[in-house]
Design a protein around this ligand. Sequence first.
Ligand code: SAH
Length: 271
Amino acid sequence: MSKPAPPRFPLGLDRVQARGPAARPGADTLLRPQRPLQHMAAEQARQAAPSGLGLDSAAVRAHMVGRLRAGGLRCEPVLQALATVERHRFVDSALVPQAYEDTSLPIGLGQTISKPSVVGWMLALLFDGATARERGHLGRVLEIGTGCGYQAALLLALARSVVSIERLQPLHDKAAGHLAGLRQGSDLRLVFGDGMLGHAPRAPYDSIIAAAGGEQLPAAWLAQLAPGGRLVAPVQRAAGQRLVVVDHTPGGLVSQELEAVQFVPLKSGTA
Ligand code: SAH
């Protein structure tokens, strides 16, 4: 009996993209292996995950993680979270074929989900904060800019508790839907509100991460950063946005400015 060829990953991704939008590949195009593997994989997937997507997308994610590792990301807990959380479930169905590419993607209302390498880099920076290094997890986390909820799902895998704030009601609602299945048994609070004010009821936080950049770091974030805690956020400078890391050390707040980044603007109020 001839053995089927092993699957190549990412599964037809290049071909899917090369065909362009006219071909309108659906989710299945990317995530289903080519025949004759299709039946075998589909059966395994049925056993592995009720959705039928679990097995195949796990392989595509493993490939993505391999690329991120090769690109220099070395934080094992973050790599593991990236290998586990199903990014394709957080984007619109038309974008599923690109879900495991290293690209940012639109999530509606002019907002974007950052590319996996940037998300991984920011989470690894958080992991390098004093409290996280000591405890091996991110502790109590405040996320500003829930967006589609993808990064919140990663944070849930890495932290003890997560408060995530979004100022746009439709995105807050969408994220709540995306995260519904992951919330059971986990300490996740999704807040609809202005993240520039932080979230005082649960402060202080060991880790604060923002996915939107303003001209300054809001005072509330700095006030709500626990001793030993670390904040990672983009800040708008004259020459463009830069990623900023602030540590709450025994000697006070110590800030470092890192590479140039491109995030959506941090806006006040809700809509
Ligand atoms: N981490 C998100 C990325 C979302 S993009 C994800 O994984 O999808 C950044 C988000 O920040 C946008 O949804 C935007 O609406 C939100 N945002 C901008 N200013 C904000 C503010 N002051 N408070 C809360 N959210 C804000």
